[in-house]
Ligand binder design. Structure first.
Ligand code: AKB
Length: 321
């Protein structure tokens, strides 16, 4: 049985990854950590406060819990990164270098997410291939490409079992993302239920790849369980399940909430980032090397998201009464 350490567990991915992994590997085998206390993650398994920029403390948690697999989920996302590039580099690369070094010293496998943000305006726009030009123009993307190269370097030089996925925008209903360019595709569901309208910061016609959280979680576990002999790539795999524009997701929501209204107040930073990213990724290598296959599309996800967000608001309202 794996003994897994999750770093940055309180964020959008971690808050769902921890319960998912605990349901597979057992609660005591998944140690959640975050820079802040997270009550919900401490309720059904081990939790420790850990600053990912402190390598000594990270190594001590790994040794104390006999960890053999590390998931580094620490990241300042693309839009917030452009507001403070120096901090984004410091946090994203600091957490990654510490994870790589602690994993090397303690013989752990390491998962680190990459992103569609690792591509840039000179990458092919449609069905962006697995191996292609990667010249991102954001600090977030530069961190991701550097992280991919470092993951390969540690694999070749030290035999470290590094694995990674280039995530599309992740849509989920438990914890809101923060500071990403794709955040609109989560916020739109909340505002559709709460207000019946949404003001979008990304232009109506920009395609980006997105994925529903259950598929994202499944992908990580399948990649980490994959036979290493079958992996020709490691850092990092393209995966895809849906690609849409703000106009397309709004039309899908309108099918369920006919009075829903969408307006636009474009954020120039988000526009520039979104236009520099691919319209859609080619995920053939993930399909061939470890059997990637998405379960969700825009239509089914929209039904599920609207239902989950509606129930969430109803529960909050009932608790307040
Ligand atoms: C962001 O928008 O920055 C992230 C991502 C696609 O990596 N959601």
């Amino acid at each position: 049985m794996k003994k897994i350490l999750i770093i940055g567990a309180g964020g959008q991915i971690g808050s769902e990854m921890v319960p998912f992994l605990r349901s597979i590997y057992g609660p005591s085998n998944v140690i959640a950590t975050d820079v802040r206390e997270c009550k919900s993650l401490a309720e059904d398994g081990p939790f420790e406060v850990l600053d990912a920029l402190n390598a000594t403390n990270m190594a001590s948690v790994v040794a104390r819990h006999h960890v053999d697999t590390i998931f580094n989920l620490v990241a300042l996302l693309s839009a917030v990164g452009e507001r403070n590039p120096q901090m984004a580099w410091g946090v994203n690369m600091g957490a990654l270098m510490n994870s790589l070094e602690v994993a090397r010293q303690h013989h752990c496998a390491l998962f680190t997410p990459s992103s569609i943000g690792a591509f840039g305006p000179s990458s092919p726009k449609d069905k962006t291939p697995q191996d292609t030009i990667m010249q991102p123009t954001t600090i977030y993307g530069i961190c991701k490409v550097t992280g991919e190269l470092l993951g390969n370097y540690y694999n070749h030089k030290y035999g470290l079992d590094t694995r990674s996925i280039r995530f599309p925008g992740i849509i989920s209903n438990k914890t809101l993302p923060g500071g990403g360019t794709t955040d609109y595709a989560v916020e739109i569901y909340y505002d559709a239920i709460k207000r019946g309208k949404y003001t979008c910061a990304v232009p109506r016609d920009v395609y980006m790849d997105m994925i529903y959280m259950p598929d994202a979680l499944k992908a990580v576990v399948e990649l980490m369980e994959a036979d290493p002999a079958k992996l020709r790539h490691r850092n990092s795999f393209n995966i895809a399940s849906m690609s849409f524009t703000p106009e397309i997701i709004a039309a899908e929501i309108k099918k369920h909430i006919p009075e829903f209204e969408m307006s636009y107040d474009i954020d120039p930073v988000k526009e520039e980032i979104a236009r520099s990213w691919p319209n859609s990724l080619d995920d053939t290598c993930a399909r061939e090397e470890w059997g990637w296959q998405p379960d969700w599309n825009l239509e089914r996800m929209t039904v599920d998201m609207l239902d989950a967000v509606r129930r969430k608001f109803e529960a909050e309202k009932a608790a307040a009464e």
